[in-house]
Design a protein around this ligand. Structure first.
Ligand SMILES: *Cc1c(COP(=O)(O)O)cnc(C)c1O
Length: 212
């Protein structure tokens, strides 16, 4: 059985598998596509641009989700190239995405990123009031479609810390209500994320091997 099918078979109904292909060549993407994968995650706009065919030339059903921190000057390209932006981490970015999407008459799916760890290098909303404000604004804007929340768990071997970060994010997800996507869990912690209610796991290493 392939690794892809292997992981897929452990996911419950309604849970999707996002194959994180960052740094891996398009031939690896294509090979996984042949096995049935359709959703691919990338963390740099330039890499999407260089690696993938333009949106209307991509293989049937292939979707690219932007999961990395997005700089304001890359928003225009990100909106044009990505099918979803999962890393919306500030009000400024949210408004910029809406405005760029408006210019090309697109309504783009987004997730708001919650910072569930205290890792200095991680981005995301870390204040509940700000997050709730972003939810309200998202729902008023015409060119973004808020689907849910994304979080990156703390990078630690302490499973209980990882679990409580995911649990906290699920509480927020439920509190907001009306959301369909809770993206949490990577190669090292997706089992815990699933137990805590994740609806989308983002897996790179386990599918494509270690990154160089
Ligand atoms: C790289 C990355 C992943 C995948 O990480 P793995 O540990 O290789 O599975 C998931 N989410 C985000 C935001 C990433 O940047």
């Amino acid at each position: 059985m392939s690794k892809y099918r292997d992981i897929l078979s452990t996911l419950g109904p309604g849970v999707t598998l996002l194959a994180v292909s960052k740094t891996k060549p398009y031939e690896d993407v294509k090979a996984l596509y042949e096995e049935g994968a359709r959703l691919f995650g990338e963390n740099r706009v330039q890499e999407i641009e260089e690696k993938f065919p333009s949106p209307d030339e991509r293989p049937e059903g292939m979707k690219i989700f932007m999961i990395g921190h997005l700089q304001k000057n890359k928003v225009k390209k990100a909106v044009a190239l990505a099918d979803r932006i999962e890393s919306v981490d500030s009000l400024e970015l949210l408004e910029k995405i809406d405005s760029e999407a408006g210019k090309i008459n697109k309504k783009i799916d987004i997730l708001l990123e919650w910072k569930s760890s205290d890792d200095e290098n991680k981005s995301g909303f870390d204040d509940e009031t700000k997050l709730m404000e972003a939810v309200c604004i998202s729902r008023k804007l015409s060119h973004v479609n808020l689907l849910g929340l994304m979080t990156i768990g703390p990078l630690t071997d302490d499973k209980e810390r990882v679990r409580s970060a995911f649990r906290e994010t699920k509480v927020l997800f439920d509190k907001i209500g009306g959301l369909s996507v809770l993206s949490m869990g990577m190669s090292g912690d997706y089992d815990i994320a699933l137990e805590e209610g994740s609806t989308e796991v983002r897996i790179g290493t386990l599918l494509f091997g270690r990154r160089g």
